[in-house]
Each structure stands twice: as C-alpha cells, then as structure tokens.
Design a protein around this ligand. Structure first.
Ligand code: PMP
Length: 371
C-alpha cells in the first residue's frame, strides 16, 4: 500500500508511539491529584505545554489543549463571540474554510443571530487581504481564516490580514492545521489572537490538538473542573498530549529538510505524469504537501476506487467530505456549483515519509487506472 493522503492524517512516528506508551504505562496519575502520582502527571502536562509554546514562540499559559483542530476552532470562534457580543455582532470568514469553521459560524448565525460574511475567492481562486478588509464593519468582532487550505494547499494571506486587523477591534483567528510543523508558525509575527492545530497532521496521535490564544477572554465550550485554567474542563488526555508535543518538536527540528523533501516529491510527480492530460486546481502560492489535480472527463470517485484497489490511498478533497457525494465547497466557490470540474478533482498529499519510488509506482498505477 502507498499512503498519499497526508492532508487527511499522517502516520504516527515510532518515537511518538514510544513516549505515548511510556506515559500510559508509567504516568497514569490524574494531573489534578495532589499525591506524587498526580504531581508527576501534572509536570508531564506542563512540559508538553511548554514544548508547544516554545515551538510557537509564545508563553505556555497561552496554550490550551483540546481534542483537535475542530474543537480549537469551535472554542476560538464560539468562545470569543459569545464572550464579546457587546462589542458587535459581525464575523468575517472565507468561503473556503474547513467545515469546523464554516459550520461553527453558521451555528452562531442560526442560533445566536450573528451576522456572517463569507468572503468569496477572486475569479483566479485567490483570497485577497483586500477582500477581507472590504468585508470589515465597525461591529466586526472576529475574523477567522485558514493559513493553508486542506483541499488545495493554497496559502492565504494571513500576515497581511493580521496587519490590517491590528488597526481594527476584530480579533484574528487562524486555522493553522495544515501548516503546523511544516513552516514556522509564530502567532505574534502574523498578529494572530488565536491559532488552531491538530496533532495528527504532523505525525502525532488523533483526537488531540491545541489552541493558542493571546491574553484575552473567551468562554469555554466544556464546563466542569478547573483544568486548563478553566478554559477546557475534563481530565487531560495525558499520553496524547505528550505524543503531540514530541511530534511537534521532531517536525520543527526537521522542518527545512522535510519541506525540501516534500517539494522534491511534488516536482517528481509532475515529471512522471507530464505525458498525461490534466489540469491543476492550484490557486497561487501553495504548500507543497498538497497537490490537487484533475483529468478532464474522468470521474474522481471511479478513479479513487481503481487506485484503492491498486493499493494507493489518495482522496478527492477533505476527509470530511470524502465518502459522501457532496462536491467540494472549496472548488464550488471558485468554479461554481454546477461546474463539471467538481466531479474530477483528486488530492494527493505527501509527507516526508514518502519516497521517490512510491511516487514512481503511483504514477504507473495512475496511468493504468486512467486507461
Ligand atoms: N482545519 C483544517 C484546515 C483541517 O485540515 C482539519 C482536518 N481535516 C481540521 C481543521 C479539523 O481537524 P480535526 O479533524 O483533527 O479536528
């Protein structure tokens, strides 16, 4: 089997599994207990938080552990909006966000009466900082934008938007799920107030993530005990957050070489398929780990099935829409709802664990599947 669906999730590194199983076996205390088992567990949580804060160059109290980027996005958006309603009723986001942002702002609209502006991409597919600026109103309290799109790899202008928002009351939430561990993510540099991430996108475990937050107030989603400075109740997912911290440390330590390796894989893929007729769903500058392309009049579901039978794992778009008949909302916002292109897109996504040989084999199997 060849795994080329790393934007959906990544294999867990053996070093990560090792620290996780070690934690499960030895550090089983409840971090809230006052005896020595609890104190050791508490220290372990503290060290993981510090490791993540260090990678982001922020302070440890600004990191809250969550169950993943979906929860981080929900916490930032719902938590901030409900706590700051007196400042305004308007939220800005883009039409190409992950469902954990789109459906969250939609919920705030439907149940709490917030006004939402979904900024549409330009005709060339790009999302401009100017279009975000034009959407701002005096009562805008929050702008939520992804750093890189999970279906196309497209990079959004987070630094420019951060700069614009430094002159506006609205806080800035950045969904950094697809870039964390792959490029430097420093919230202070991009002037972000919230940054979301998920452990399993950088070779950590699933079901754990974190939210960076500047020193501002937001309501918790989960009420209960006093864990996470009362920002997120519930006994900590100790082994998972240890694994996530380890995975991020490893990714950051090898960031440049991993990035270059993945760039080479992408270049090699295009060399190997240069004799095929295809078009790219690429919209400006992109992360190299995601390639979204299409073969005219080739149905992507059929192609995916053929490749799966041939031992290749890729997807059509996000894992959240794969397996359903829903077309990509990202491509629909660029090409229009009725475009035949919505049935053609495939997403190939790499990690540094992939090899040139795997790309060669993928190219051969792809050509067979297209015959
Ligand atoms: N945002 C983006 C950009 C993502 O790619 C994903 C995962 N597909 C998420 C949020 C949600 O992450 P999780 O499923 O781990 O909560």
């Amino acid at each position: 089997m060849i795994y080329l669906d790393n934007a959906a999730t990544t294999p867990v590194l053996p070093e990560v599994v090792e620290v996780m199983s070690d934690t499960l076996l030895t550090t089983f205390g409840n971090p809230s207990s006052i005896h020595s088992y609890g104190r050791v567990a508490f220290q372990t949580v503290r060290q993981s938080r510090e490791a993540i804060a260090q990678a982001l160059q922020v302070s440890a109290r600004q990191i809250t552990f969550t169950s993943g980027a979906s929860e981080s996005n929900n916490t930032a958006i719902i938590g901030y909006a409900l706590a700051h309603r007196k400042l305004g009723n308007h939220i800005v986001t883009t039409a190409i966000e992950h469902p954990s942002v789109i459906n969250t702002v939609q919920y705030l609209h439907d149940r709490h009466g917030f006004d939402i502006t979904f900024v549409q991409p330009e005709p060339d597919g790009s999302v401009s900082a100017d279009s975000i600026k034009n959407a701002l109103r005096p009562d805008t309290i929050l702008v939520s934008m992804m750093w890189s799109n999970n279906e196309t790899g497209q990079l959004l202008p987070v630094s420019e938007v951060g700069e614009i928002l430094s002159h506006h009351q609205a806080v800035f939430h950045v969904d950094a799920t697809q870039v964390m561990g792959k490029i430097p993510v420093h919230p202070l540099e991009i002037k972000a107030d919230f940054v979301s991430a998920s452990g399993h996108k950088f070779h950590g475990p699933k079901g754990v993530g974190f939210l960076y937050h500047a020193d501002l107030l937001f309501d918790p989603l989960i009420h209960g005990g006093e864990q996470e400075e009362k920002r997120r109740a519930g006994t900590e997912n100790l082994h998972s957050l240890v694994g996530m911290a380890k995975a991020l440390q490893i990714s950051v330590a090898h960031m440049r070489e991993n990035y270059e390796k993945v760039e080479q894989l992408k270049t090699h893929l295009f060399e190997q398929i240069s004799d095929l007729t295809f078009y790219k769903n690429e919209f400006g500058k992109s992360m190299p780990h995601v390639v979204n392309l299409a073969f005219p009049e080739q149905n992507h579901d059929l192609l995916l099935t053929k490749l799966d039978l041939a031992g290749i794992a890729i997807s059509t778009g996000s894992a959240c829409t794969a397996g359903t008949i829903e077309p990509s909302h990202v491509l629909a916002s660029i090409y229009g709802e009725s475009s035949p292109k919505l049935k053609e897109n495939i997403r190939i996504s790499f990690s540094e664990l992939n090899t040139i040989d795997e790309i060669d084999e993928f190219a051969i199997k792809l050509k067979n599947a297209l015959k």
